[in-house]
Design a protein around this ligand. Structure first.
Ligand SMILES: [Zn+2]
Length: 220
């Protein structure tokens, strides 16, 4: 058994599997904190080590959507934004970009926002964020969304309706509990998904470069 990176306890850790993203984390039974799956052979040089730096240099424009200041989820949103900025991304909250003195209603403005950004992290937990999930996260822009939906809402109308539809259409919707918010689990998931998007973008760019080289070759 691996030791906990926080308290070094070797006790049996609780395995937490985020099925929809195929991610696995552990909760330390001693200090109750979460940590990612440990690398099996940390002493063996990783084959992909050399790519790591280049992959991590990819910066994205990321929107962090969710409830406003009066909601307890707001603090988590803000933490996620700060974390993404610290990791070199342009992370913004929708409110920062919404103009008040325009003829455009706020939902139309958000449409423009989502369209301009690479990815959106959405913490569902209010009327506004529910609308964002349905309209953008499921119907129009699901390919760029990572949505957190409360597990407690599983039997609700959106839980048995839109969320089911969204999942069938391939939307990334992670069910969260209070623990996800209280501890760092939500941030770990966001971090891992951003890493995935970076490596995906890296691969796409390599393929495009390869294709361009071939095109140049054909024109000779
Ligand atoms: Zn621990």
């Amino acid at each position: 058994m691996n030791s906990c990176p926080h308290c070094e306890s070797q006790s049996e850790h609780r395995r937490i599997s985020i099925e929809v993203l195929r991610l696995v984390y552990y909760e330390c039974r001693n200090c109750k904190r979460f940590f990612p799956r440990p690398i099996k052979n940390p002493n063996v040089p990783n084959l992909f080590q050399q790519f790591q730096e280049e992959v991590e240099s990819y910066g994205f424009n990321i929107l962090v959507f969710g409830p406003g200041r009066s909601n307890p989820l707001f603090r988590k949103r803000h933490e996620i934004q700060e974390m993404l900025i610290a990791e070199g991304h342009n992370a913004r909250m929708g409110e920062e970009l919404t103009a008040t003195n325009t003829p455009f209603p706020s939902d139309i403005q958000e449409f423009f926002q989502v369209n301009q950004f690479d990815y959106v992290i959405l913490l569902e937990g209010s009327a506004g964020s529910l609308t964002e999930m349905i309209e953008f996260g499921i119907d129009y822009y699901r390919d760029r969304f990572l949505t957190f939906f409360p597990k407690a809402g599983r039997r609700s109308y959106p839980g048995t309706g839109t969320v089911v539809r969204g999942k069938r259409l391939g939307a990334l919707i992670v069910e969260y509990t209070d623990v996800f918010v209280e501890k760092c689990l939500m941030k770990l998931i966001v971090q891992d998904m951003v890493k995935f998007w970076q490596s995906y973008q890296f691969t796409v760019d390599i393929k495009l470069r390869f294709w361009e080289q071939q095109q140049r070759g054909f024109r000779k």
